[in-house]
Design a protein around this ligand. Structure first.
Ligand code: HEM
Length: 143
């Protein structure tokens, strides 16, 4: 079993591997078999559980699930990202990948919000100040 896994892990991570549904991943949620999803890729972390510097519990908590957010929240190093390759076993089925898309939508909507606050509000403020300045200057000259 382990030798088999090692052979798969050693394979080219860049090439698209076997495809798994989130349902299949969800079954591997214990210390005997722990899989997780990070950025649409499936990783078998069973033999990594004891080695994980952040502890076994956090991995088991995420096992069977999409761990992208928790993985990114920790701010893992480039070394940690490199290590992912060793545990890569396949891709998430395209039908189960909608989460990443909805995140993009959030980015766009917050992008629009920041457009308003970074440009229109300061421009409007500058216009008001300009008008007030003009008004007071004219007042000063007429009196
Ligand atoms: C296969 C996936 C993962 C790999 C290869 C991995 C690898 C590592 C490595 C190498 C470190 C040492 C610090 C660093 O180099 O960044 C680390 C720390 C840590 N990891 Fe992971 N990790 C994985 C998944 C996760 C997940 C899903 C969580 C969920 C919360 C997690 C939580 C943590 C925490 C809390 C630390 C300790 C950070 C610290 O002490 O500052 N890791 N991990």
């Amino acid at each position: 079993m382990e030798a088999g896994k090692r052979a798969e892990g050693g394979g080219e991570a860049a090439a698209a591997g076997p495809v798994f549904t989130l349902q299949e991943v969800a079954k591997r949620n214990c210390s005997r078999e722990a899989w997780l999803v990070i950025h649409g890729r499936v990783y078998d972390v069973t033999r990594f559980l004891e080695e994980h510097p952040g502890g076994e519990e956090v991995l088991l908590e995420q096992a069977g699930k999409d761990a992208t957010e928790s993985f990114e929240d920790v701010g893992h190093s480039t070394d940690a990202r490199e290590m992912l390759k060793q545990y890569y076993i396949g891709e998430v089925h395209p039908h189960d990948r909608k989460k990443e898309g909805s995140k993009d939508q959030n980015v766009t909507s917050s992008g629009q919000a920041s457009f308003w606050s970074t440009w229109l509000i300061p421009i409007f403020g500058a216009l008001v100040i300009g008008l007030m300045y003009r008004y007071y200057m004219l007042e000063g000259r007429s009196s």
